[in-house]
Design a protein around this ligand. Sequence first.
Ligand code: SF4
Length: 180
Amino acid sequence: MRYHNITKADMLNGEGLRVVLWVSGCSHHCHACQNAVTWNHEDGLVFDDAAKKEIFDELEKDWCSGITLSGGDPLFCSNREDICKLVLEIRDKFPDKTIWLYTGYTWEELLEQRKKDRNIDQILKHIDVLLDGKFVLKLASEKIHYVGSSNQCIIDVPRSLEKHKKILYIDNQKVLEGEE
Ligand code: SF4
C-alpha cells in the first residue's frame, strides 16, 4: 500500500483531534473529487514501518481521539489487506481510540462484499464509524458534518452490525432539516 500524507491534530475528518492517513488508490473517480491526486495506487510513498510508527506515536498522545483512514479509498482492492492489518493492530494496541474510515463504496455494497472478502469482514468488525458512498456534486453541502454530499452516510458500525440494520452515527438529513 502507498500513501500521500499523514496529518495530525485534524479536526475536519471525524470527532476530536485525529491522526489521518491519506492512502493512494481509488477506483470510484467521482466527478469533482477534491483528492484526484490520490487515485493512482502507484503514486505516493510506501506505507512502511516508519509511517506506521508515525501514526502510533500520535495515537499514544492522550489528546488524540483516534485515527481516520481516508484517501483515495482505504478499501481500494489492493489496499484492503494492509488496511485490515493496520486496523487490527490499532484495535489491539489502542483499544480506547476510535477508528473512522472513509470509502466510496456504500454500506450495502460492503455488506455483500464481506461475504466473500475476509479483509472487508474483519475491517467492518473492528472500526467504529464508516463514512460511505461516492461524492455527488449536486448533493454537496457545506452544512453537513464530515462528508461532502448528503448521500454519504456516517454509520455507527458496531451497532449496525449488532442490530442488522444501518444505524447512523450522525444524521446529516436532520442537520439539513435544521433539527440538529
Ligand atoms: S471515493 Fe473519495 S477519493 Fe475516490 S473519487 Fe470519490 S471523492 Fe475522490
